[in-house]
Design a protein around this ligand. Structure first.
Ligand SMILES: [Zn+2]
Ligand SMILES: [Zn+2]
Length: 244
C-alpha cells in the first residue's frame, strides 16, 4: 500500500500529509485491551523498560556508578549527549519492530509524545534550533516505504516548536555497518556515508533516530554536522539498546 508513495521524489512532504490520515487503533498493541485513541494503554506504558539509574552521562551505556563508559573515555563521541525515552528491551522492542516492519504508523505520534515529555524540560538548557531526522539511503527508503525517524520528527517538531530539517542530512552510501564488526571497522564503513547540504553555523542540533545501539551512526552524523559548523549536536532516540 505504501509502494507508490515510496517512489515519489518528494516523498517526505507527500507522505507526511498522508500519515496523519491513519486511524488510531481502538486496542492497545501490547495487551489488546480496549484503549480508545491510545495505541499503548496507560497501564502498559507505565511498565515499559527504562534505563538503569547508573549510566554513562555521555552515551547512556550502563556503568557501575554512573561514571563515563570506557568507550566515551577512550574516544569521546562527536555528539554532546543522548536522550532516550526507554531502554530497548521487551516489550518496547516489539513496539519499535511493529512500527518499522509492520507499518504501525500510528506509533510515530505516540513515540513523538513520549519524546516530547522527555525533551521539553531540556529545551530551556539546550535551546535546540534544528531537529534533524537521521536519513535513510534511498534504497532502504524504497524498501521500507518510509523513514521511521522522519515520521517521528514531524509531530515532535510541532510539539517542541523546533523546526524540522527533513533533509538536513543525506545518506549517500548504503550498507548498514555490521554490528558485529569491531568499532574501528564500523567507523571506517561509515566514513563518507552521510553528507550535509547546509551550513549549520550557530545551530544547536537535535538529531533524531529510533534506536541507538553502538552510537557509531549517530556519531558519524554528529561529526559531519560539526564539520558544517554545528555548535552542538544532541541525539534523541526512542530507545537505547544496551550491551547487556
Ligand atoms: Zn496495554
Ligand atoms: Zn559512554
Amino acid at each position: 500500500m505504501r509502494a507508490p508513495i515510496a517512489g515519489l521524489r518528494r516523498y517526505g512532504e507527500v507522505f507526511g500529509r498522508y500519515s496523519l490520515d491513519y486511524l488510531l487503533p481502538s486496542h492497545c498493541l501490547l495487551c489488546h485491551a480496549a484503549s480508545k485513541n491510545n495505541i499503548v494503554c496507560p497501564a502498559c506504558a507505565a511498565e515499559l523498560p527504562v534505563l538503569a539509574p547508573a549510566h554513562c552521562p555521555h552515551c547512556l551505556e550502563t556503568t557501575s556508578y554512573g561514571e563515563r563508559c570506557g568507550r566515551c573515555l577512550a574516544q569521546p563521541p562527536f555528539f554532546d549527549g543522548v536522550f532516550a525515552a526507554y531502554a530497548y528491551a521487551f516489550p518496547l522492542d516489539k513496539l519499535v519492530q511493529a512500527y518499522k516492519y509492520q507499518q504501525q504508523l500510528a506509533l510515530a505520534g505516540w513515540f513523538a509524545a513520549q519524546l516530547a515529555d522527555l525533551l521539553a524540560p531540556q529545551q530551556a538548557e539546550h535551546d535546540w534550533t534544528t531537529l534533524i531526522p537521521l536519513p535513510l539511503h534511498r534504497r532502504r527508503l524504497a524498501e521500507r516505504g518510509f523513514n521511521q525517524a522522519l515520521e517521528i520528527a514531524r509531530p515532535l517538531s510541532k510539539r517542541l516548536g523546533i523546526p524540522c530539517a527533513a533533509s538536513g542530512l543525506a545518506r549517500i552510501r548504503a550498507g548498514a555497518p555490521q554490528a558485529s564488526l569491531p568499532l574501528k571497522e564500523r567507523l571506517h564503513h561509515l566514513r563518507g556515508a552521510f553528507t550535509c547540504p547546509r551550513d549549520y553555523r550557530q545551530q544547536r542540533v537535535l538529531l533524531l533516530d529510533d534506536v541507538l545501539t553502538s552510537g557509531s551512526t549517530a556519531n558519524e552524523c554528529a561529526r559531519v554536522l560539526k564539520q558544517r559548523g554545528a555548535a552542538s549536536v544532541h541525539v534523541a532516540v526512542i530507545a537505547r539498546a544496551l550491551r547487556d
